[in-house]
Design a protein around this ligand. Structure first.
Ligand SMILES: O=c1cc[nH]c(=O)[nH]1
Length: 452
């Protein structure tokens, strides 16, 4: 297999405090332990977004509320399966040593890998802006910081996440040593405080929205797919990297959304931040969660820089991260609206779920397994691999077109034309993954026959 993106440091030489290489052409140091990675993923799984958007799991758009056991089951299933897809893509980074978008050179060829890289740059800038806006909302909700001018908070959050993106591996070590414990204590505190109050009896529930809820939870886990390898390439073994990601992230995402679901049931009309801040000394533990939101912002900025490096391999990643951080901060100064989150999730799921399938099948069963993946700058185009990805996207959209009117109506015509009308059985994620995996399997089989 040709992994010749690399030229200098070898894993054996890397000092424990080594930083991520500055250029794409330098080999990644393998310094992250299981606990570094589990702590990082556990931090990504906790999010203020999780508390405030638990409704996408409890009351899937267009469906009746789920009974609590159904929503918890959907949450667990979607979280774990989505994270397994993310880990599958990340592990390819561990094995090849390449960041997430450079991995796609093996699948699509270098020039074609620019297509998902550009899409990823776009969506990660979106996430970066979103996360800064979430931090601003968190700060604004707290009594002691309410009233600080918004631009000041945006600039502080932007400066923090940009600085973190300059020293990514050092940040991961700091998260493990100092942040994860504090976050766990805060989560435990809110869990105990909320559960001291009764959970009201639900009425008008139904399981009909079970799979759309699975899709929503899965889409959140899988939203980290296009950045996983940026961190997992620094792991010492694939098993360790995959295990740390699935375990760390699944536990905390489940926990975080479960707290959000309880808060929503107890005060359906209240802002969940205010419910949390309403408990004794809630502001102190809430502050911990607001500060830790910066790790998601940092990951978005760093991974955007790494995606740009797939296009500009010789530009110092610190310059790229500085530019991306500044851009995200400036946009966040003007963006206030966080609406459309559920639809954004659907779009993300429909793009990345089939991509995980195509990548996994081709790497583990196809050309990757045969040692024929080429990650160099001259890696030839493989346009055929776009087909199973596109098929998976279509299957997802047919089964779960979201609720943006013009877009959903278009897909409803396709549903009529195909005589496919999604019911309770329709998990867009699982069918999309299966369709893309089977189609890739067919291409792999044809390729083998041709080259035999
Ligand atoms: O900030 C976030 C949150 C979810 N997924 C991302 O890629 N970024």
């Amino acid at each position: 297999m040709n992994h010749a993106m690399t030229t200098t440091t070898t894993p054996a030489e890397a000092a424990p405090a080594a930083e991520a290489p500055l250029h794409l052409t330098t080999e990644a140091p393998r310094t992250l332990s299981f606990s570094d990675q589990a702590a990082f993923w556990a931090n990504l799984g906790v999010s203020l977004i999780g508390f405030s958007s638990a409704a996408v799991i409890l009351i899937p758009t267009g469906y009746s509320p789920l009974p609590v056991p159904a929503s918890l089951l959907a949450l667990a299933l979607g979280t774990v399966v989505g994270m397994m897809m993310t880990a599958l893509a990340g592990v390819v980074g561990t094995r090849t040593g390449a960041p997430a978008m450079a991995v796609l050179r093996g699948l699509f060829g270098t020039k074609l890998s620019w297509l998902p890289s550009l899409a990823n740059i776009f969506q990660l800038i979106g996430w970066g802006v979103y996360e800064i806006t979430v931090i601003v909302q968190g700060v604004d909700a707290m009594p002691h910081t309410h009233g600080i001018p918004r631009p000041l908070v945006v600039l502080a959050a932007g400066a923090l996440c940009t600085s973190m993106a300059i020293w990514p591996l050092a940040v991961l070590r700091v998260l493990r040593k100092y942040v994860t414990g504090a976050v766990a204590v805060a989560m435990l505190y809110f869990t105990v405080q909320l559960l001291r109050n009764p959970i009201p009896h639900q009425t008008g529930t139904s399981w009909s929205g079970f799979f759309p809820a699975v899709d929503a939870a899965l889409a959140l886990s899988v939203s980290f797919l296009p950045m996983a390898a940026d961190y997992m390439r620094h792991a010492r073994s694939s098993r360790q990297a995959g295990g740390a990601a699935v375990l760390g992230y699944s536990i905390t995402q489940f926990w975080c959304y479960a707290i959000g679901i309880v808060a929503l049931l107890q005060a359906p009309d209240a802002d969940v931040f205010h419910t949390m801040l309403g408990v004794t000394a809630g502001w102190l533990f809430f502050l911990v969660l607001v500060l830790r939101e910066s790790d998601q912002s940092f990951a978005n900025v760093y991974s955007t820089a790494m995606s740009i490096q797939n296009l500009l391999p010789r530009v110092d990643r610190r310059i790229l991260a500085g530019g991306v951080g500044a851009l995200v901060t400036v946009i966040a100064l003007f963006v206030h609206d966080l609406g459309g989150f559920a639809n954004f999730l659907g779009l993300i799921g429909s793009v990345f779920v089939p991509l995980a399938a195509v990548l996994g099948v081709d790497y583990f069963l196809g050309r990757g397994r045969q040692g024929r993946w080429d990650l160099t700058e001259r890696s030839p185009a493989r346009p055929a691999m776009l087909l199973p990805w596109a098929l998976g996207f279509v299957v997802y959209q047919v089964l779960n077109p979201g609720s943006v009117d013009w877009w959903a109506h278009g897909w409803m015509h396709v549903q009529d034309w195909l005589h496919v009308h999604p019911g309770w059985w329709a998990s867009a994620s699982l069918y999309s993954f299966a369709a893309a995996a089977l189609a890739t399997g067919a291409i792999v089989a044809l390729d083998r026959r041709r080259t035999a």
